[in-house]
Design a protein around this ligand. Structure first.
Ligand code: ADP
Ligand code: ADP
Ligand code: ZN
Length: 213
């Protein structure tokens, strides 16, 4: 099963993608996590990407595609994957479609986790991230068992640099202009499913399961 998660920054894509990946035993591929791992390791790609990410801008398509396209041919992708944060622009969606077509493959579902902007800022300020395993928590809505510690891997949780309110506002603007058009794109492709992302994490997941099962 090949799944794309769509939705604004903070809509809950990562949270749901992790649950889907566990449930189906497929990899959760997050471009944001891959960028953050590169930044942490100080790779040339990470250094280039950081300046865009810190400003709330998208990393240019060319750099993003360079990073992601060979990820799909890894052995663990044989039974599918859940893509979180990619594609984020029409050129990225077209590059993905072309590469899948060449292999005779296709995306099964694009799931739009729908949350209005006014709820987003609230979620982002309380978000805490694990840079080691990609786990995300919320101080109020989805707290870890021990304050500041990742349930899954025990690493320290951090407030992401790009989750400051000023940067979040910029990211929402970028989302509406560059990423939201993908909703129509996948709607036209006949694989778009929309879930109400303002519900509790468990309820959103149940709605997604009803679509996928
Ligand atoms: P969010 O949790 O807000 O959806 P991500 O962790 O997916 O954020 O991404 C964080 C940042 O990494 C983005 O704001 C953007 O700068 C960069 N990024 C992630 N994925 C992509 C992509 N597919 N194309 C361009 N930039 C990306
Ligand atoms: P995205 O990957 O779309 O940027 P995340 O999955 O990281 O979003 O979620 C953003 C923040 O909102 C996190 O702090 C997360 O714990 C919290 N969150 C996720 N889903 C929900 C939900 N259904 N209700 C309330 N908070 C949520
Ligand atoms: Zn972790």
């Amino acid at each position: 099963m090949k799944i794309i998660m769509l939705g604004a920054p903070g809509a809950g894509k990562g949270t749901q993608a992790k649950l889907i990946a566990e449930r189906y035993g497929i990899p959760h591929i997050s471009t944001g996590d891959i960028f953050r791992a590169n930044i942490k390791a100080g790779t040339p790609l990470g250094v280039k990407a950081k300046s865009f990410i810190d400003q709330g801008l998208l990393v240019p398509d060319e750099l993003t595609l360079e990073l992601i396209m060979d990820r799909f041919s890894a052995a663990d992708c044989a039974d599918g994957y859940v893509l979180d944060g990619f594609p984020r622009t029409l050129p990225q969606a077209e590059a993905l479609a072309k590469s899948l077509l060449e292999k005779g493959e296709a995306i099964d579902f694009a799931i739009d986790v729908d949350v209005p902007d006014e709820r987003i800022v609230n979620r982002m300020s309380g978000r805490r991230a694990c840079l080691k395993c990609g786990g995300t928590y919320h101080v109020k809505y989805n707290p870890p068992a021990v304050d500041g510690v990742c349930d899954a891997c025990g690493a320290e949780l951090v407030l992401r640099d790009d989750d400051k309110p000023e940067t979040v506002a910029k990211r929402l603007e970028v989302y509406h202009s560059l990423t939201q058009p993908l909703i129509e794109y996948y709607g036209n492709a006949g694989i778009l499913k929309t879930v109400d992302g303002t519900q509790d994490v468990d309820k959103v997941f149940a709605d997604i399961m009803a679509i996928l099962d």
